[in-house]
Design a protein around this ligand. Sequence first.
Ligand SMILES: Cc1cc2nc3c(=O)[nH]c(=O)nc-3n(C[C@H](O)[C@H](O)[C@H](O)COP(=O)(O)OP(=O)(O)OC[C@H]3O[C@@H](n4cnc5c(N)ncnc54)[C@H](O)[C@@H]3O)c2cc1C
Length: 380
Amino acid sequence: MNRFHYIVAGAGCAGLSFLVRLLQTGQFSDKKILLIDHSLKNANDRTWCFWEKTPGLFDAVVYKQWQHLWLCDHAHVRLYDIAPYTYKMIRGIDFYQYCLEFIRKYPNVIIEQATIQRMENTHNGAVLETNGQLYEADHIFSSILLQKPVLKKGQYHLLQHFKGWVIETQEAVFNPAEATLMDFRVSQEQGTAFVYVMPFTPHRALVEYTLFSDSTLRSEEYDAGLKNYIHTFLNTSNYTVQEEEFGVIPMTNYRFPSSDGAITYMGTAGGQTKASSGYTFQFIQKQTAQLVDAILRNVKPVIDTSLLQRRFHWYDSILLNVLAKNKLPGAVIFTTLFNKNEIRDVLQFLDNETSLLQEIKIITVLPKRIFLRAALEQLT
Ligand SMILES: Cc1cc2nc3c(=O)[nH]c(=O)nc-3n(C[C@H](O)[C@H](O)[C@H](O)COP(=O)(O)OP(=O)(O)OC[C@H]3O[C@@H](n4cnc5c(N)ncnc54)[C@H](O)[C@@H]3O)c2cc1C
C-alpha cells in the first residue's frame, strides 16, 4: 500500500485551491502528497462568478470583471455601482490549467486519475480505496461526498439549476462594462427564476437561465427560457450559440460534517455552498486558506464555525423555509433586499461578513410576519 503525508481527494475548485495554497507556503516540498480525481479536468465544465474587494489568489485567470451590475424586476430596472467590490468571472478550464500547471512543478505531488470508492479512518491516519488500489495517508482532504445527505426535520434541499449559453450577436447588443446579476422579468411559474447576463464584448456574452426549485426542467424548457429572454430583453434574434453550460447546485441547510477523524471535508461536501444563494467559490477560498493556516500552526485542520457565525446558517434556513414552503416568491425577497439596502451591505451579508447590527437593518426590510414565523419555525 502507498503511504502519503496528505491525500487531496477531488481536484475541483476546493481540492486545487487547497493544494495551490499549501504548496505556495514553500513548506511542503518534502512531503509526499497524492491528488486524486476521476476527471482529467480538461473541460470547461463551469464558470465561477463571485465578488471581492481585494485582489484574489486567482486574479491571473479572471476572464472578465465588472464594477456595475443590473438588478431587474417588473417594477425596477436598476444599475448598481458595487464599489468597493468587483464582480469577477473565472472559467473552469482556465482555473484547472493554472492550478495543475503550478502543482506539476512539485515532484513530491503525485496526480492519479481514479474513482474513489471508500475513505475511512485507520489507527494512524486514513485510507482511501479506488478500484483496485489502496492509499494511506496521515490526513485526507476530501471534496467528495460518497454518501447522500439524509435530511432531518427543518432541513430543506432545493436545487439551483441553470443552463447558460455563450452567444455571439450580429449587432452590438451588450455594454461590456455592465453585467446583469439577476433579471426576474421571466416567468416565475416553475419556481424562483431569473436570468443573468455576463457580457465580454459588445457582441459576446454568457446568458444564463436559472431556477430555484425542487427538480430540474427538461432541456428544451431552459432553451425556451433563454430564447425568450434574448428575444424580449436583449432585442435580438441574430445570434449563434458558441458554448453551453448546465449545472445544478444544492441549496440546503443540511449540516455537512466538517471532518471525520483524519478526513477533513472541503468545498460543497464540506458545507461551503451558501444555502440561500448557491455561491461557493469565495467560501472555498476562505475555508482552504484557514485550513492551510491551521496546518502551518500545527493544529488539527478542521474549521468549525463559531457560535456567532452559525447565525448565518439560521438566516439561510429561514430563507429556504420561505422558498420551499412558497410563502413568498424568491423574486420579491431578492429584489426587496437589494432595492431597500445598500448593495455593498447585501453583498457583505451574502458573504457572511456583516455585523449583527447590519443584519438587523438588512433583514427587517423583508415582510416581517412571514419571516418572523419562518425564523421561529427554524429555531425549533
Ligand atoms: C455549472 C456550475 C456553475 C457554478 N457557478 C458558480 C458560480 O458562479 N459561483 C460560485 O460561487 N459557485 C458556483 N458553482 C458552485 C460551486 O462553486 C462549484 O460547484 C465548485 O466547483 C464546488 O467546488 P468543489 O471542489 O466542492 O466541487 P467540485 O469542483 O465539483 O470538485 C469535486 C471533484 O471531485 C471529483 N469527484 C467526485 N466524485 C469522485 C469520485 N468518486 N472519485 C474521484 N473523483 C471524484 C470531481 O471530478 C471533481 O473534480 C457552480 C457549480 C456548477 C456545477
